[in-house]
Design a protein around this ligand. Structure first.
Ligand code: TUI
Length: 308
């Protein structure tokens, strides 16, 4: 399927991988790019030397375009913003903040800039600042989320800006991609579906949680800290949600319990104290497949529906 996104990013399919902190390393990113989508290496809070190595390993594994996601709350965001320029990265997505201060330098270096936005207001600001596209991410997404849904947010962002819009949040098959296109999107960002891929390096316990999840198995925690995150509803996540609701866990105590919780989930598969970030669509995902199978199935499924 050719759209403004495939043209702009030089990929075969208008499918880009979500920038999942601790999850999106070189093996996954290169597999998605080799499958014809755009793979992403996630900066998260990782040290710059580690990220430089991940970028270089990805270059060894694919000649196709791939990108880097910058989590703007990271203390390393400034250094990573420079690293993507130094390493000649062609695509940057950003999350959890406003990347306005970096855009001019990225544009000058020929980087395509795609901020994730949870609102029409930020989408408009990003367009004015020179972003090439925006990713309109609904609250169905895993990880740090806004309040509006994909179904409501995408068409409103499409109406508000001239630049192409990529839909995100709750998309994991051809139906979701086709629906996104009907809302005016020209590409999709997929995160959760790639958690259950062969190439994804997360702990087997995490993959099993995604495969086993039902429609009701995700929960949002941390609204009161200002960083709401959607997770798999494990006993730990339920404990956080209950403490937040009944006031027995202060925001400070919440922060203490969740420091390092992404690593404990992804690396250790620790269900007692790890935060397994995951989208609300996990209930629909029942099988581990290769990234090539996932990308092709989603694209072909959408193409078939859109041609009906
Ligand atoms: O960024 C994400 N998802 C993430 S980041 C992450 S790591 C993390 N660690 C600790 C605390 C919080 C996160 C896990 N998942 N998605 C993109 C996204 N960006 N969702 C929402 C936003 C967003 C929110 C507010 C973007 C901009 C924004 O406004 C900033 C402003 O200044 O207007």
């Amino acid at each position: 399927m050719k759209t403004k996104i495939t043209e702009l990013l030089g990929c075969e399919y208008p499918i880009i991988q979500g920038g999942m902190a601790w999850v999106a390393e070189n093996t996954l990113a290169s597999a998605v790019s080799n499958a014809g989508g755009v793979g992403l290496i996630a900066g998260g809070n990782a040290p710059i030397d580690y990220l430089r190595e991940q970028i270089r390993l990805c270059k060894e594994k694919t000649n196709k375009p791939f990108g880097v996601n910058i989590m703007l709350m990271s203390p390393n965001a400034d250094d990573l913003a420079q690293l993507v320029i130094d390493e000649g990265i062609k695509v940057v997505t950003t999350g959890a903040g406003n990347p306005g201060r970096y855009i001019a330098a990225w544009k000058e270096a020929g980087v395509k800039v795609i901020p994730v936005v949870p609102s029409v207001a930020l989408a408009k600001r990003m367009e004015k600042s020179g972003a090439d596209d925006v990713i309109a991410e609904g609250t169905e997404s895993g990880g740090h989320i806004g309040e509006n849904t994909t179904m409501c947010l995408v068409p409103q962002v499409v109406d508000a800006v001239q630049i192409p819009v990529i839909a995100a949040g709750g998309i994991a098959d051809g139906r979701g991609m086709a629906a996104s296109f009907m809302l005016g999107a020209e590409g999709v960002q997929i995160g959760t579906r790639f958690l259950a891929s062969e190439e994804c390096q997360i702990h087997p316990v995490f993959k099993e949680l995604v495969i086993k999840a039902k429609d009701t198995d995700s929960v949002v925690t941390g609204r009161y800290t200002g960083h709401p995150c959607r997770n798999v509803k494990t006993k730990f996540a339920k404990k956080l949600a209950a403490g937040e609701k009944d006031g027995t866990l202060s925001p400070d105590e919440f922060e203490k319990l969740t420091v390092g919780a992404l690593r404990r989930a992804v690396v250790e598969g620790d269900v007692e104290s790890g935060s397994f970030l995951c989208g609300a669509i996990a209930g629909m995902i029942n099988e581990v497949k290769t990234c090539a199978e996932i990308v092709k199935e989603i694209n072909d499924g959408a193409e078939k529906l859109l041609k009906l």
